[in-house]
Design a binder for this molecule. Structure first.
Ligand SMILES: Cc1cc2nc3c(=O)[nH]c(=O)nc-3n(C[C@H](O)[C@H](O)[C@H](O)COP(=O)(O)OP(=O)(O)OC[C@H]3O[C@@H](n4cnc5c(N)ncnc54)[C@H](O)[C@@H]3O)c2cc1C
Length: 310
């Protein structure tokens, strides 16, 4: 199937995943209609939460999803669409406060019921996600710290958002509608577990050994890696892989590096030319003065696990 056809299918599926849970709420018996703005703000809240949940899918790095666009485009989309999703979620209470000012009392988390507290937890987590994503460097937060907080805050935001919806319950009185949203949330969390646990488990079975560490000009080293007990993978020029080091593919943060070896090389060897920049790359390039020709840093066969994002 052509890339254009696959892209179209994924866009339709994306819209379906966002809009279907919203329209399903209108199936069967519905609660008495409220004023337009209250209903509109509720719809924004539901759509925003669906979009937030689907972010777990965008970052799950499923090859058949990323292939038509390329992973960089998917991440760019993830970043931009998050801002829209957060704007929808924040618009939800703002509209309610404007049309029903008595609801402002719910902002006092000491006296508010739990369903409102959950809404506050979800909204504050989303705001923290956006602030940290946009101003991470200015706030001097390291990439790794940011990455872990990003995941934790996202899970908190989505779970608390769901708890708020179930707690308020206007549209989720029917058990099957509640079950559907619960299943949807579990699906989003399962995507996260897939990335963090299932994928690394598969990577454990395809280890790489550091075969060579060559110094290039300046602060750059080339790391050559050979597959151990498997045939490796093929890549195309211009593609990159995610690198985790020191025996654990379970590390939260993998670092992206382009393949600098020939895509036609035989034997599964891959090379990455890595410039010393921060803590991770300094660990790869242990000494800028050494002109190392063997692989001393991590002799364990499972030390480095490149994965192709082809
Ligand atoms: C698609 C792609 C291909 C790349 N190819 C190469 C390459 O061939 N050679 C090379 O030397 N560098 C490459 N980089 C850059 C490389 O990933 C970063 O220099 C490296 O991750 C920095 O890590 P650090 O901890 O040493 O530095 P830090 O000081 O922690 O980070 C420096 C900056 O690098 C970025 N960064 C850090 N960690 C990550 C991460 N896990 N994922 C994405 N960005 C991160 C952040 O913007 C950060 O501010 C590539 C980056 C991307 C996105």
């Amino acid at each position: 199937m052509s890339y254009a056809a696959r892209s179209t299918i994924w866009i339709i599926l994306y819209l379906l995943f966002i809009l279907a849970p919203l329209f399903i709420l209108l199936a069967g018996p519905t609660p008495p209609a409220r004023d337009f703005w209250t209903e509109f703000s509720a719809a924004l809240g539901y759509a925003g939460l669906s979009m937030m949940g689907l972010q777990f899918g965008l970052t799950a790095r499923f090859r058949y999803v990323t292939e038509p666009w390329g992973e960089d485009v998917i991440y760019h989309f993830h970043r931009k669409i998050s801002l829209i999703a957060v704007a929808l979620v924040i618009a939800h209470p703002l509209i309610l406060f404007a049309v029903r000012p008595e609801l402002l009392a719910l902002l006092n988390s000491f006296t508010a019921p739990w369903r409102a507290r959950f809404a506050a937890i979800s909204t504050y987590s989303l705001i923290a996600i956006v602030v940290m994503a946009l101003w991470r460097v200015k706030l001097r937060i390291s990439y790794e710290t940011w990455h872990i907080s990003h995941i934790v805050l996202a899970v908190v935001a989505v779970t608390a958002g769901l708890a708020h919806m179930v707690g308020w319950g206007v549209y989720l009185v029917d058990p099957w509608k509640r079950a559907l949203w619960l299943a949807l949330t579990l699906f989003w969390i399962a995507l996260l577990l897939h990335v963090r646990i299932v994928k690394p488990l598969f990577m454990l079975r395809r280890p790489y050994r550091v075969a060579e560490l060559r110094q290039e000009r300046g602060d750059t080293f080339t790391l050559a890696m050979d597959p151990v007990g498997h045939a490796g993978f093929r890549f195309r020029p211009g593609q990159f892989g995610w690198l985790t080091v020191r025996n654990s593919p379970f590390r939260i943060t993998g670092h992206p590096f382009s393949f600098s070896s020939s895509a036609e090389a035989q034997g599964g060897r891959v090379e990455m030319s890595i410039r010393k920049l921060g803590d991770f790359t300094s660990g790869i390039n242990p000494s800028a003065s050494a002109s190392t020709s063997t692989a001393p840093t991590a002799p364990s066969p499972s030390a480095i696990r490149p994965t192709c994002m082809c």
